[in-house]
Design a protein around this ligand. Structure first.
Ligand code: PMP
Length: 429
């Protein structure tokens, strides 16, 4: 494939934008080579500035669960835009989206819309601190909850790709209130709750992790975590920015059968426009301004274009819940196809998968947490990524990211992807 124009655009972008990108993982640092500049996208395909067509397994990192430029979403945005793009005043559509989201997700009464997953998680933590009157939080190594200061302590995703899990600019004062546990290791959480008795406001977790590859919580771990939080008076925050409206209508709470105290959302809930949200039962949400004392605000929060995209997307999912099954089946088909090819070629790997999230790690040890995730061979991953890219398949450009399948992918696309892997597999040595 030729990436002449993408290269030229990247050169120019680097003169005006730090690193040439507005979010680090886009720069291809982990895999090398030129980031691809997208011209347009439709359904399961990206079309780049050089005229290449790529089968897309990222879907804008998750939001485009029904494929790119999905007509009901696009039409809703166009119609809304004609009537004005922002008012900074209440609009009916905010309540419509809130009502629909609350009806789909278990265990929440009220929801507040923000502009990104970062804002959602940052605000959820403030709410948990305000509600409990405690300062400390527990997060898990390798989980990413956005780039707000409290979370940049052994964060996954781009932060680990760049080898700077603890970012300069985060003060010691902030860092000391974030305690670090190991994913799938309840004892590591118990040790922290014992050592910091009565001081912990919340435990925040990706209920299915997608920022150290895809990692699934064991049943005993996630149930034990719920019990421990209840016993200790700690709020359990499920960061469902990736899993919300993707694993099922009710997200990971529904799939895992666990009630969280606060849930955060992003990605799918905005239908591809910048939206995040956090939600909880009435008694917790009552602490939020203007009802309660915990301040949180946003000029563009509840923006009509973003709300219309979100409402169109969630309406589709609510009316066609069979989509979740269809996505899970496609993911299974792809995963099995990949496994067969890698097995045939004697490649050592781990496949992790739940619903429409999956990842491939090139290591011989089961990947269950951050420590085992970083054991994956990155040189190998680079060959895999670029080999697939040369055959028109766009995978996440980092081993620490989950694949996100979208329902526009056809079985022909999946077969083409498996065939591409079969072609490049002999080079994976
Ligand atoms: N939480 C999770 C689980 C995420 O994966 C992400 C981003 N990928 C965020 C929070 C932050 O969302 P955003 O990039 O929209 O700020």
């Amino acid at each position: 494939m030729i990436y002449k124009r993408s290269s030229a655009l990247f050169e120019e972008a680097q003169q005006y934008i730090p690193g040439g990108v507005n979010s680090p993982v886009r720069a291809f640092k982990a895999v090398g080579g030129t980031p691809i500049f997208v011209k347009e996208a439709k359904g399961a395909y990206l079309y780049d500035e050089d005229g290449n067509r790529l089968i897309d397994y990222i879907a804008s990192w998750g939001p485009l669960i029904l494929g790119h430029a999905h007509e009901p979403v696009i039409n809703a945005v166009i119609e809304k835009a004609k009537k004005g793009t922002s008012f900074g005043m209440p609009t009916e559509i905010e309540t419509q989206l809130a009502k629909l989201a609350v009806s789909m997700v278990p265990n929440i009464d009220k929801i507040r819309f923000v502009n990104s997953g970062t804002e959602a998680c940052m605000s959820a933590i403030r709410l948990a601190r305000g509600y409990t009157g405690k300062d400390k939080i527990i997060k898990f190594a390798g989980c990413y909850h956005g780039h707000s200061d409290s979370f940049l302590i052994q964060a996954g995703s781009g932060a680990v790709t760049f080898g700077s899990p603890n970012s300069p600019g985060v003060t010691q004062g902030t860092a000391k209130d974030t305690l670090l546990a190991e994913y799938n290791d309840l004892e590591s959480v118990k040790a922290l709750t014992t050592a910091n008795k009565g001081e912990i406001a919340a435990v925040i977790i990706e209920p299915v992790a997608g920022n150290m590859g895809c990692i699934i919580p064991s049943d005993s771990f996630i149930k034990g975590l719920r019990e421990l939080c209840t016993q200790e008076g700690i709020l359990l925050i499920f960061d469902e920015v990736m899993t919300g409206f993707r694993l099922g209508k009710g997200g990971a709470q529904e799939v895992l059968g666990i009630d969280a105290d606060i849930v955060t959302f992003g990605k799918v809930i905005g239908g591809g426009l910048p939206v995040g949200a956090f939600a909880a039962r009435n008694e917790i949400m009552a602490y939020l301004a203007p009802e309660g004392p915990v301040y949180q605000a946003g000029t563009l929060s509840g923006n009509p274009l973003a709300m219309s995209a979100g409402l169109a997307m969630l309406t589709q999912l609510n009316e066609h819940p069979e989509v979740f099954q269809s996505l899970a089946e496609k993911t299974e088909y792809l995963a099995k196809g990949i496994e067969k090819v890698l097995d045939t070629h004697g490649v050592v790997y781990q496949m992790n998968r739940l619903g429409s999230m999956m990842s491939v790690h090139f290591t011989d040890e089961p990947v269950v947490d951050f420590k085992t995730s970083v054991k994956g061979n990155n040189d190998f991953f680079k060959k895999y990524f670029h080999g697939m890219l040369n055959h028109g398949v766009y995978l996440p450009p980092s081993a620490f990211e989950s694949y996100f399948l979208n329902d526009a992918l056809s079985y022909e696309d999946l077969d083409a992807t498996i065939l591409a892997l079969d072609t490049i597999a002999p080079t994976l040595k």
